[in-house]
Design a protein around this ligand. Structure first.
Ligand code: SF4
Length: 970
């Protein structure tokens, strides 16, 4: 640990000396980075800038700088709102140098928050549908009326034990666990995250190895960085990781990027490998084999930390239970994965693969890597891409090392909230069906199919930061169920902006943007832990001036509310007298019987659950809540190191048992720990035992939160839950493997995004729309010639299994021959009777259907228009791309549950009737494809281990009680 810290300190000092030699200074706050021009925090109450428009006159503007957190992607970077002291309006957003993760830096989407706040098309008042669903007829409704109507439905459902008819679908989460706790307080298992159309594939590979579902790579200190996908520009923890990768490169690190498409990241790589889509795991295994056969793996690490004994005992019981037997076995297991084999699968020549493998071998324990979305989210068996990537780290021993790979649970901090309701006693089969016992997350994208099959119905369905019609595959099936009041009784959209889904809602309720709501955040972005605070910045500004604000609506535009206050209010109205046992989880502790305020909620959390924060705040004469309102973030710890190696203290070993393979466990419940959220804590295993640690060479260490306590090269979970053939890291051939394609089919790669757009919300940022507003189909010149596509800009028709879309072609060598690509963040639309335009991004379409046959034709492009923002008259573009996801059937991976996004398509020049943005879909064909993929599953049942629906140790965002896990308990 000491050498780890001193090496880092040395590097920082060297950089500091360079900067100081130039007569400049480092920022003194937690970021510690060189931001010479950044406002020092001592001047945040009255920061003066000279307005550019008055030039050459020096017109001073006085600002109060108030921190909050960006909400435009998962990274949760710090922002500083520049609040004009003259009129208390927010003028702009810049980075917050007090934020340890983002360190004052943002991508383009951070400062563009100002566009979302001032968007002339945003929704400012609660609305209720008055015509048919989707007809575009609305009336303003008071918050009271909307809340009373919705609360009455939920109350009735709970009293009538129809708990499973209430569901909340989540897009971008706000605060870790907030919505889950609201639902738990209602006794409802209704949390439905979007994760299975996003990152489940990647998570699954990490989960089966490490017991945690996300990596935390120490990119900044790595010598070799191996990325599957475009992590510098659009990957996971985009800006916080990108800046650390750039630092590493400046220090000489080599960057290897596997991405079929020439992403911005690939242009910065030392090695850009453009593999045949789906072959990434074969490349990883060839590299792993190279490490094994050349003996350049970390033998001692493998001996100590892999569960090789369990593998031998279960799979090769005839061999002596010795490490030498395992090493001999390991040398044979991956025999097939030669560079020649990987070259044949990937199309990348064997010599290049060998050179890359040599580079990886040279990194030793300074090998950082990351796989997120991308290949893991695109292919049948894509989860093996991240599992085989961890195999490389696990061979090198680069786990928890400087420049290596950490587990997210070591670097992420989730504070305990003021109230924690018990686990619901019901199991929601619409999200966690028996067919997918190992699904990483809720089977959210199958909801329309399940509703159509009559597996259940929804009385009240919420969406928040989620646009299911647009985001999911087969969006027109979503339209079919969301417009059917038999299947979805009441549909509520909590949203700041209009969307393809909000148009179909019964209530559209305006929620705040990132500067208008509260949340806490903590993400794994380096070897340290921080907590960030999102807040309504005008509330904080006015409180600095002495005002008392009690409700975010007092400072937000129109009647925009924040979600936390709204959920508390809704819960009170569901249980006004407390007789249902709900209200107590939303009551004040300080004043029992009164409603919990967000001030008390966060004040309690920061005072009682964040180690070191009260002391740090006291140094400045502030309460912990005042500190967070002033600075927006707090670094709890850094340099945490390899936590799996930490020895378990003797007092925890008083009442333990040890399995023959060294797992140390107890039946004694864990003592209450104020800093751990019970619902997120490591679960007892399927036998009800609580793991304490693992015996390694006679010392009990913390280990990993896996069944064995070690890194699981062999997954007993996969083996015992029906998938023994995939229990080891391996290669599953994709559904778009060349063997599965017809001669005239290409692979469509649809999972990438452009760095300046992110799903629905960013379309309401005019700056971002001007930067990127269309999504042409990338096509290699050889394919273009063969298919008769002569020029960039020519229209092509892309035929999927259920329909087609029409888009412009972009002929480029930045994509592999045989593969086409189209970004998924464009093609927004509305019908002519809908309001709101999502800035300059929503085309007007004619959407028709005859039974299951749907067609969409563009009737008007984006054009300049008059609004309160003069810039809407200056829109110079008209092409906003195509909504390709509508034409994709669902492809649920039978193990991870991830939707496998890649499509086998035929591309032809568009016909004379085709127009850019046209769509045709047959939803009956979509149901056929769904049925085919369902046949791949191996459902849980009474014969499952302990008769359960799902292994208890696997994560679940909202975990029901133990009895709900039993199949017969349904
Ligand atoms: S990476 Fe960009 S969009 Fe994401 S949180 Fe940071 S500033 Fe916002």
């Amino acid at each position: 640990m000491a050498s780890f810290l001193s090496a880092r300190a040395e590097r920082v000092s060297a950089a500091r000396r360079d900067v100081e030699a130039r007569g400049e200074t480092f920022y003194q706050g937690p970021s510690g980075v060189h931001l010479a021009a950044f406002p020092p925090k001592e001047r945040w109450d009255d920061w003066v800038e000279v307005g550019s428009r008055a030039w050459p006159r020096q017109a001073e503007h006085h600002y109060m700088l108030v921190p909050t957190t960006c909400f435009n992607c998962e990274s949760a970077c710090g922002l500083l709102a520049y609040v004009d002291r003259d009129d208390l309006h927010v003028r702009k957003f810049e980075g917050n140098p007090e934020h340890p993760g983002s360190r004052g830096r943002n991508c383009a989407k951070g400062p563009s928050t100002i566009n979302q706040v001032t968007d002339p098309d945003r929704i400012l008042y609660p609305l209720r549908r008055v015509g048919k669903r989707g007809s575009g007829q609305w009336e303003r409704v008071s918050w009271d009326d909307a809340l009373d109507a919705i609360a009455a439905r939920i109350r009735a459902a709970i009293i009538e034990e129809r708990h499973n008819e209430i569901m909340v679908s989540i897009g971008r989460p706000g605060e870790d666990g907030f919505t889950e706790r609201v639902l738990a307080s209602w006794g409802v298992d209704g949390h439905n995250s979007h994760t299975n159309v996003c990152s489940s594939g990647g998570r699954t590979g990490y989960q089966f190895w490490m017991g945690t579902d996300r990596p935390s790579p120490d990119h900044a200190n790595a010598e070799v960085i191996y990325l599957i996908s475009s992590h510098l520009e659009t990957g996971h923890y985009f800006n916080p990781h990108a800046q650390r990768i750039i630092e590493a490169r400046a220090n000489g690190a080599k960057v290897i990027v596997l991405d079929t498409r020439l992403s911005n990241t690939a242009t910065h790589a030392d090695y850009w490998l453009s593999p045949q889509p789906g072959s990434e795991a074969a490349i990883n295994l060839a590299i792993a084999r190279h490490l094994i056969v050349t003996g350049r793996y970390n033998r001692e690490f493998v001996r100590q930390w892999w569960n090789w004994e369990e593998y031998l005992q279960t799979c090769r019981p005839e061999l002596p239970l010795e490490f030498a037997s395992f090493e001999a076995e390991l040398a044979m297991l991956y025999d097939e994965f030669t560079f020649a084999y990987a070259a044949a699968e990937s199309g990348i020549d064997a010599a290049t693969l060998e050179e890359v493998a040599e580079t990886v071998a040279g990194a030793g324990t300074r090998f950082s890597s990351h796989c997120w979305r991308s290949a893991a989210a695109s292919n049948l068996g894509g989860w093996q891409v991240s599992r085989t990537l961890v195999l490389i780290s696990a061979l090198l021993g680069s786990i928890g090392t400087e420049g290596g790979l950490f587990a997210n649970s070591w670097n992420k901090f989730v504070p305990k909230p003021i109230h924690t309701p018990p686990h619901p006693r019901v199991w929601q089969e619409l999200t966690w069906p028996l067919e997918y016992p190992l699904a990483q997350n809720e089977m959210s994208f199958l909801l329309p199919d399940f509703l159509k099959e009559g597996r259940g119905k929804l009385d009240t369905y919420f969406i928040r930061v989620y646009n299911p019609v647009w985001t999911n595959p087969d969006g027109l099936s979503w339209m079919e169920v969301l417009t059917d009041e038999e299947m979805v009784g009441c549909f509520v959209a909590l949203t700041p902006t209009w969307s393809e889904s909000a148009y179909l809602a019964d209530y559209v309720l305006p929620m705040g943007h990132s500067s208008e709501r509260h949340d806490t955040h903590s993400y794994e972005q380096y070897d340290g832990q921080w907590i960030g605070f999102r807040q309504p910045v005008l509330r904080a500004a006015r409180e600095r001036l002495g005002e008392k604000i009690t409700d975010s609506r007092q400072v937000n535009p129109g009647e925009v509310w924040e979600e936390n206050e709204w959920w508390i209010e809704l819960s009170w109205r569901i249980d006004p007298d407390g007789s249902l046992g709900i209200r107590k989880y939303h009551e004040s502790r300080a004043n029992p019987g009164e409603k919990l305020s967000v001030d008390e909620y966060y004040g309690w959390m920061f005072e009682n659950s964040v180690p070191g924060l009260p002391e740090r705040a006291a140094e400045e004469g502030l309460t912990p809540l005042e500190f967070m309102r002033r600075y927006g973030a707090f670094e709890i710890a850094k340099g945490l190191g390899a936590q799996y190696t930490f020895e378990v203290p003797a007092e925890e070993l008083a009442d333990v048992n040890v399995t023959p393979l060294g797992r140390v466990y107890t039946f004694t419940p864990k003592p209450a720990n104020p800093n751990i959220v019970p619902m997120g804590a490591p679960a007892p295993d399927d036998d009800g035992r609580r793991p304490v640690g693992v015996d390694v060479d006679g010392v009990v260490r913390r280990g990993f939160p896996t069944p064995s306590g070690k890194l699981e090269f062999y997954s007993s979970t996969l083996a015992t839950w029906g998938w023994p053939e995939h229990a080891l890291p391996g290669y599953i051939k994709s559904h778009v493997h060349p063997d599965a394609l017809a001669p005239d089919q290409l692979v469509l790669l649809s999972t990438f995004r452009l760095p300046t757009q992110v799903h629905t919300r960013s379309a309401n940022s005019k700056w971002l729309d001007e930067l990127a507003h269309t999504n042409p189909v990338w096509i290699h010149p050889t394919d273009a010639r063969r298919l008769g596509v002569d020029h960039t800009g020519d229209l092509v028709r892309v035929q999927t299994d259920i329909g087609h879309f029409v888009a412009k072609a972009w002929i480029t060598e930045g994509i592999r021959p045989g593969v086409v690509a189209c970004s998924h963040h464009m093609g927004r639309w509305r019908t002519a009777d809908q309001q709101g335009r999502a800035g300059g991004m929503m085309a007007t379409v004619d959407l028709q259907h005859d039974g299951d046959d749907w067609t969409m034709q563009r009737i008007d492009s984006v054009r300049p228009y008059a609004s309160s923002d003069p810039d809407t008259r200056r829109i110079w573009w008209s092409d906003t791309g195509v909504h390709q996801n509508l034409t994709f059937p669902v492809h649920p991976d039978p193990i991870s549950g991830m939707h496998c996004w890649h499509q086998a398509v035929r591309v032809v020049p568009a016909g004379p009737q085709d127009r850019a943005g046209d769509i045709a879909v047959d939803t009956s064909k979509a149901r056929e494809v769904y049925a085919e993929w369902m046949k791949l599953t191996r459902p849980a049942g009474l014969a499952s281990p302990q008769g359960m629906r799902r292994p208890t140790w696997l994560m679940r965002p909202l975990k029901p009680s133990a009895e709900a896990f039993l199949v017969q308990g349904s």
